[in-house]
Design a protein around this ligand. Sequence first.
Ligand code: FE
Length: 350
Amino acid sequence: MSTPTEEKEPIFDVAEFSSFELFSPDVDGTLWFFKDLLGMIETARSGDSVFLRGWHDPYNHSLKVTYRKHAGMGFAGWRATSKPALERRVKAIKETGRGSGWIDGEVGVGDSFEFTLPDGSVQRIHWDVDYYRAPDDEQSVLKNRPQRRPLTGVPIESLDHLNMLAKNVTHNKDYFAELLGFKLTEHIIFGDNVEAGAWMRTNTRSHDVAFTKDASGRGGRLHHVAFLYGNAQHLEDACDVLTDRGLELEAGPARHGISRAQFLYVFEPGGNRIELVGVHGYNIKDPSWEPVRWEQNTLDSAIIWYGSPLPKEFDTYGTPNYEPTGYRTPSKHPQAHANDYIAAEAAMLL
Ligand code: FE
């Protein structure tokens, strides 16, 4: 037999990435992006925060937008598979000394246990939720839909996955593996045996969370949070609508080799990088899956399977962004980029 040896009994205590807090210095702009262009539905407001959900998100909300001077992530919220599963994870997290304590429930999410990763990014785990109940005039005839598909923008269905910039990918990956039971799907190893990226899953999707090495050396920052638009025919609409509203697409549409995910990256007006996912790459049902290892000599295919190369700032720009930069920031776009391009074009022709 060639079955790999499983040393530890797997943990199935975390079900899904179910909520995310996004900091924005331009809440009105961020809400315009998510509500008007991507069809998310506002479900509540509280203090400096606005709560939103995609039309297929089952709970009260999946996204919490909070005003902060700097863009970035507030917390990532993970839903446990059961109440005993939550208790097991909390006990294990407490033993690592990384637990910050229980956070009172808010707007449709019950009490959550908060903890920080080795790089400092804040995570929460919870069980209790309020399910979304659509008003009568928004009920779908399709009983497996939480509501009818909205007619606003190019509507995203749901929160999808999270990618965090890490000072040390391995430390954060190990924490997710050992404390939360995530399985490693694919990773990038540089020549000096430094892990430069790790894509991990809770169940059969190729990834629910990823860590990539923070070229700035800081770590604990948001690289991107992703939302699923699902229908393949929405890709062209999304590109068209976003571009026509002055939002420059950073990269894509194209396809990564890692996870084989079709991608599209865009900056929301608050400065955070958002990924829109159309088609998931592949599923993993093999319980003894051997993680795919990409090394430097195969890196080009790992990053881009087909499509244009990523800009170099894809590896360095994250939020909060500490370096002064004109890189694709809202104030720089769109006319400033157009002028740069026209000037360069003119210089060649004249
Ligand atoms: Fe992604």
